[in-house]
Design a protein around this ligand. Structure first.
Ligand code: 5GP
Length: 191
């Protein structure tokens, strides 16, 4: 998506060869107009699917998900990163390794908000090695919901996430695909 690539090129910072900082419009300050354009793009891409629920992971997946939820008129469920105080049999849980913090954390989802009859679109801000996405897949599969699509705002295509998710039988739709962050220069895989 050209608009997103322009934002990344203008406001993004390659802080090293592996990590892109987009605090100016996604991860700290949020640009609502951009969020709406991202949501419209995702809506357009998945227009042939019947989506009944959007699932994302807190925190940065929530903003684009909310705009899409509004457009599709479906609820948005975010997987929580903090251990739940309610008993584990009331929620789905899985362990995820954080790429940016280099530690494991538990993601949880109340069984009240994810059901067998849900047709889910999963959204996240970044894909690196696919851990967050695979954690979400595990929870969605455990709930026996149908995972209809995966939309990633920024995929770092030089990392292993897409391959791992595809090996599980799911395809990945990314709005921007980063080819490299080497030497502080951001390059994209063209559409
Ligand atoms: P993965 O689970 O695919 O290895 O990493 C994806 C998660 O790590 C995303 O939810 C995102 O929060 C974080 N992440 C991975 N790479 C980056 C990055 O380059 N920049 C930022 N801001 N977050 C990242």
């Amino acid at each position: 998506m050209k608009l997103l690539e322009n934002y990344i090129q203008t406001y993004g910072e390659a802080i090293n060869k592996d990590v892109l900082k987009v605090d100016a419009f996604i991860n700290h300050q949020i640009d609502p107009k951009l969020m709406m354009e991202l949501a419209k793009d995702i809506q357009n891409h998945f227009q042939n699917k019947t989506i009944t629920k959007i699932v994302t992971i807190e925190t940065s997946g929530i903003a684009p998900s909310l705009f899409l939820g509004y457009l599709l008129n479906v609820p948005v469920v975010y997987l929580k990163k903090n251990p739940s105080k309610i008993t584990t049999d009331e929620c789905y849980q899985t362990l995820v390794h954080s790429f940016t913090k280099n530690k494991d954390y538990t993601v949880t989802c109340s069984k009240k908000y994810l059901h067998q009859d849900d047709k889910v679109l999963f959204i996240d801000d970044f894909m690196a090695n696919g851990e967050a996405c695979i954690g979400a897949i595990k929870i969605i599969e455990e709930a026996q919901a149908e995972l209809c699509g995966i939309a990633i705002i920024i995929e770092k295509a030089f990392q292993s996430g897409r391959k791992k998710v595809e090996e599980l039988g799911y395809s990945v739709y990314s709005l921007a695909r980063i080819q490299s962050l080497d030497n502080g220069k951001i390059t994209f895989i063209s559409e």
